[in-house]
Design a protein around this ligand. Structure first.
Ligand SMILES: [Fe+2]
Length: 260
């Protein structure tokens, strides 16, 4: 159980969207949170990866590695062309030269290199993807119905009772032996009370929501109650930056307007 009185904010999938991240950080600040954990994909798709890294570095207690962060450092294997182009662009812009003297550039690259795949605290474990493959594997809303064996294996890989993930950009819960993915809309007041039952909880996305709600999504845990938060931000500013960008794809802007 979480130490009494502690309040944790969980954010994920910021994807270089500084307007969304700034709005979420203001919301978190107003809620007197003790710890902020970032579940990864800080870069990719969006126009402001550097500003996002600066704010995440300042404000988050722990920053974890997502598949886009990993791909920026290494290679974008298995990415669709839009995602790959964005990751290749971020790498080109951010990777320090061998004789680099720009200290901000060196610091931001070090931030990416230092991202951990997994973080554990009390009865919680935190990662971007899944407890079995923390950086890359998706826990899909369709898994309980379509691939129960995969979920069984993922649950058996858990070292704590509750795992918190991002990656799909789709907020909700899957419980051990559950026969369906529980969508946040089906939870009273967008709250999930943690019980004895093992569960994998998706915190949603700050910078690119895909559940048909264009507002940023994140989670607060307090007194073993998980509550999803939605925060409005200036979507059109981000859309305008992506559309004016020489490399980023207009589809990445279009989907922000639709939340999918
Ligand atoms: Fe992502």
């Amino acid at each position: 159980m979480l130490s009494a009185g502690k309040k944790i904010a969980l954010i994920s999938d910021v994807h270089g969207n500084i307007e969304a991240l700034t709005a979420v950080m203001a919301d978190i600040q107003a809620k007197n949170v003790d710890i902020i954990i970032n579940l990864g994909d800080s870069v990719g798709y969006g126009p402001d990866p550097e500003l996002c890294i600066d704010l995440l570095e300042q404000r988050c207690t722990t920053n974890l590695c997502g598949n886009h962060d990993y791909a920026t450092l290494h290679h974008a294997e298995g990415f669709n062309p839009v995602a790959k182009a964005a990751v290749d662009y971020v790498r080109e812009m951010m990777r320090p030269a061998p004789d680099e003297t720009d200290t901000d550039k060196l610091r931001r690259w070090k931030f990416l290199e230092n991202l951990m795949p997994l973080y554990e605290l009390d009865d919680f474990e935190f990662m971007h993807g899944s407890p079995r493959q923390p950086i890359t594997e998706y826990v899909l809303p369709s898994d309980p119905e379509m691939d129960p064996f995969k979920l069984e294996s993922i649950f058996s890989a858990m070292s704590r009772r509750w795992a918190f993930v991002g990656h799909t950009h789709f907020p909700g819960v899957v419980e051990d032996d559950g026969d369906m993915f529980i969508m946040v809309d089906d939870l009273p007041d967008a709250c999930y009370p943690l019980s004895e039952r093992k569960a994998i909880i998706n915190v949603g996305s700050v910078g690119q929501p895909r559940d048909h709600d264009i507002r940023s999504c994140y989670v607060i845990i307090e007194n073993n109650l998980v509550t999803w938060q939605r925060v409005e931000y200036d979507v059109e500013s981000t859309v305008a930056k992506i559309n004016a960008h020489p490399i980023l794809d207009e589809h990445s802007a279009y989907r922000l307007r639709l939340g999918r």
